[in-house]
Design a protein around this ligand. Sequence first.
Ligand SMILES: Cc1ncc(COP(=O)(O)O)c(C=O)c1O
Length: 479
Amino acid sequence: MNTPIYSKLLKLKNEKRIPFHMPGHKRRGSGVFKEIEKMDITEITDYDNLHHPEGIIRESMDHLREIYGTRESWYLVNGSTVGILAAISACCDVGDGILLSRNCHKSVYNAVRLLHLHAYYFYPEISDEYDVIEGIEENQTEEIRAILNAHREIKAVILPSPTYEGVVMDIEKLRKAIEPYQVFFIVDEAHGAHFPFHEYFPKSATECGADLVIQSTHKTLPAMTQTALLHLCSDRISPEIISNMLSVYESSSPSYILMASAEYSVAYMKENVDAVQQYVDNLQNFRKKCAQLRRIHVIDREDLRCRDCDRSKLVFSVKNTGWNGITLFERLLRDYHIELEMSDSSNCIAMTSVCDSEEMYDALFDALKELDEEIDIQMTESRRPEWENNVQSYISCGKKMHEKVLESWQCERKEKEKVILDEAEGRISGDYVMLYPPGIPLLVPGEKILKETVENLRYYIYNGYNVLGLSGDHMIVLR
Ligand SMILES: Cc1ncc(COP(=O)(O)O)c(C=O)c1O
């Protein structure tokens, strides 16, 4: 495979260098890390430097450019998070405006906070049938243009595509819509690093007119946690400013193991055409089999208003069955040892990759079939469990139910207090509150806490969701 970094690291084992340099394990450690540590280096002679690539890293980045068809591509060793921070910092000066989809990942909100940006929001459609955030329709495009028209300080537009559920936005259409305003267009494609490797997957934003695209290799490619890519796709931004910003946010000792892992994962997808085809066949067969299920529905492109759907994401809807996503998630884990990525009140999400075997799909299908029968019997006998829900899932963060009173960064040094949830309505949030995953803020500091939000939070606590930003049933508000 074409892997300059990985191949050179393999050679280290046979070199007779005596390491009087970092890291402290000296490539002689013990225990389970020993094999990995043999290749764990920093910028030793002939091994290049991620922050100033001229050798093997440069060569590897050139391959990335060819594969993804970009102007420049960087390896990231601190997740898409660092790519998002660097991308926004490259596009916006302190105090500028930014237009973001309200369902952006928390890293986007952190960039707003660090750069003291003025945040303007738009809201994609939401499917009432499936409780899933959908695409951006004509009326939202108009809304986006109206906001850009009214706020000329906006320098960049950013949105996630695909979303956690695999919904892909119409990037080409949006590009056209925002073109007259000369703003930078950043697409958080953290969940779409696999897109270029098979036509079964949607077209990547790198091909659709985005200026900057960020992808987590660790999410959907066979790569280690924290690995990601940042792609520059246009000539509106200079590669130097991106490199500068990356050197602000990213470690000065980037892990070669992580770089090699990201490189290997991309090369693997590019060169193992049969394995990728097998992956797609497995997905197609699995989806076909799931059509037999009577109550659990696997959401597909036809179900949602959006340009496209990433069908590597398996979203199991149990809405209106009397079950909720959390119950399905827990039953799969408890009774079948199958752990999915995420659940909410209506859905469960399974993330797949080229590394899943046919046996894994079979095990998942068999488990779903049994649970589907159980749901079917309960529904037929009208035994609807008491935990049936009528509360919004986390998609409420994508709904137009937020009232920004202050910018998040204006709350940083304001006096705050902890109040019980029941007394929070009408107060101004003093902290981020989010479900993790997906890490999309339900509340941003400076937002008024609405009745609906309090109700949703009560539901999350009651159902044992992982809600960050609350302590028990208390939350931080401005005094
Ligand atoms: C849509 C989205 N963007 C960005 C991120 C951050 O990615 P990473 O974990 O690679 O930093 C995530 C993480 O879950 C995400 O879901």
